[in-house]
Design a protein around this ligand. Structure first.
Ligand SMILES: CC(C)(COP(=O)(O)OP(=O)(O)OC[C@H]1O[C@@H](n2cnc3c(N)ncnc32)[C@H](O)[C@@H]1OP(=O)(O)O)[C@@H](O)C(=O)NCCC(=O)NCCS
Length: 186
């Protein structure tokens, strides 16, 4: 299936190339970028993750896109859509997620990219709903969720099954946006 690609005023949300791996690995190795995850990723883990992302594109036509600045051509991170790959009460579901290199934070890039990804979800894929989740302490990520019109579903709080029992990063909050809410904001 050919990958869907899209863009926003300042960004390309594009398919991955082999040459992207070093920048992707540097992003995932940054302890500050990864502070709300159990650990940064080493080079082998980043290569495996990128292979999984590319396999998701092969299977579904969409996924977590490479985020490229249109003015400089720099790869600045990842934003996209994916089938939730673990069991939880809100699954099956498509999630939206983001991870940007520190030099590009707080310039509106994550929310701009996320809006473009939501447009794909609702206009091209015809989804009825998109979810997102993070740890309660990840306020920047929750700010992006709210900025794009997502609302917290307090009844959706869950313990992430891929985080070990008792780990402080196991409790997660759930946000949702439904098609009608997205259409009302356009
Ligand atoms: C979360 C992340 C992608 C945000 O990227 P960003 O490009 O800085 O976000 P934006 O500039 O689009 O900001 C969107 C909103 O978040 C707010 N925000 C961004 N960083 C913030 C921070 N550190 N503290 C508080 N609010 C913050 C912005 O003010 C903005 O809110 P507004 O629309 O009310 O003005 C970025 O911090 C990141 O990559 N973090 C590490 C990876 C991560 O945790 N990913 C999410 C995993 S669930």
């Amino acid at each position: 299936m050919p990958p869907i690609e899209t863009h926003s005023p300042r960004l390309l949300l594009r398919a991955w190339r082999d040459a992207d791996l070093p920048v992707f690995a540097a992003l995932n190795a940054d302890a500050e970028v990864m502070r709300h995850f159990p650990a940064p990723l080493d080079a082998a883990q980043s290569a495996q993750l990128l292979a999984r992302i590319r396999a998701h594109f092969e299977a579904y036509g969409y996924g977590f896109w490479a985020l490229e600045r249109r003015d400089t051509g720099e790869l600045i991170g990842v934003t996209g859509l994916a089938q939730v790959g673990f069991d939880a009460p809100f699954v099956p579901a498509v999630e939206i997620g983001w991870r940007l290199a520190r030099a590009h934070w707080r310039q509106g890039y994550a929310s701009e990219a996320a809006r473009a990804a939501l447009a794909v979800a609702f206009e091209r894929l015809g989804l009825e709903q998109v979810v997102s989740f993070t740890v309660p302490a990840n306020l920047p990520s929750q700010a992006v969720m709210r900025a794009i019109g997502m609302q917290r579903d307090e009844s959706g709080d869950f313990r992430h099954p891929r985080v070990p029992d008792g780990h402080p990063l196991q409790p997660h909050v759930l946000y949702r946006i439904r098609r009608a809410q997205w259409e009302a904001r356009r």
